[in-house]
Ligand binder design. Sequence first.
Ligand code: SF4
Length: 231
Amino acid sequence: MALAYAGYAQRSAAWLEGYARAGGAVHCRSGCFHCCNLPIQVSLAEALLTAAALSTAQMQSMRRRAARVIQNAKSASDWNEYFQTHRAKVGYCPLLDVESGACTAYEVRPARCRDTFSALSSKFCEAGGMERLTRAERVAYNREVKENPATDGVSHYIAPLEELGEPIWEAASDAMRSAWGLEIWGDFWVLTTLTQDAAFMAAVRSGAAAQATRRAKALGLWHLEIVRIEE
Ligand code: SF4
């Protein structure tokens, strides 16, 4: 995964150089952490890399937040409610230092945290930011997004920088298939927490999907939409 991350860093830097030369703007700044309360999808391969670098205290925070993710998934009536509650109530990533706005695990942050960039003001990234727009502001936003060639025409995130992250997902998929014969994808905080359970990881390493599922259920860290085991 480290190689895949390095490859992405090179590709994205080259793209950003050309983008800046053409007058394109990135609105992400050091200390801005509006996107750190979004639900983050990762592979178990990435979660393992992150987990290996975390302190005991960081892992304890991760565990507490993982339980809240599952609780939210169980109580939400649909994806939209899950998403909104995740941002507003489950809260920020346990790896965020809210005082400084810094990621305390920057070197081992997952792909999703690396490929998310805003082409418009970061006010649009805030939880509830889009919902607070007036009708006229929403019309202006839609127009700006459509006119900005760096977006997909629907949201303000920079689409090519997300697309350049595809090889990371492919590398994770290949690594999991070749090591375990299965793939596990899901919520960042839940999967990172699961990596710390010896019985869960033993089941994964032996390619036993049903056993891994049972263990995650026994730990209270299972929900169909949150942990996906693909055989
Ligand atoms: S890992 Fe770092 S960048 Fe990603 S959500 Fe957490 S604090 Fe933010």
